[in-house]
Write a protein that binds this ligand. Sequence first.
Ligand code: THU
Length: 130
Amino acid sequence: MTLLEDAARARINAYAPYSGFKVGAALRGEAGGVHVGVNVENAAYPEGTCAEAGAIAAMIAAGETRIKELAVIADSPEPVAPCGGCRQKIAEFAAPDMRVTMATTSGRTATVTVADLLPGAFSSAAMEPR
Ligand code: THU
């Protein structure tokens, strides 16, 4: 099964009763594990979490710390772009040239890099003492 298929399969279980916009994400860690996540909304709307954040949390819980590849899928006219907060979360655990595949359930895909999504990402290097 491809990473995109893993994301699509997880997406079925997304909990998005408020937006109606179900998103699935799947990532492969550097050790080879596949970790999936879905968006989980909440009656207190800002408490919702994105699919990408869920996949990253699953990766960390499984003991992996680096993302090698990531795919995200939704039923949208254009391949779904990770939100700003998720771009920062992805950049924490991935190389700038890592590929992110964005897809629609109708079969459209677009592949970009982490640096395309978030050029000049804030990183812990900025906090090193001078
Ligand atoms: N959402 C994601 O889970 N990932 C994205 O990349 C874009 C947006 C979710 C958040 C919210 O539950 C719903 O989609 C609408 O914004």
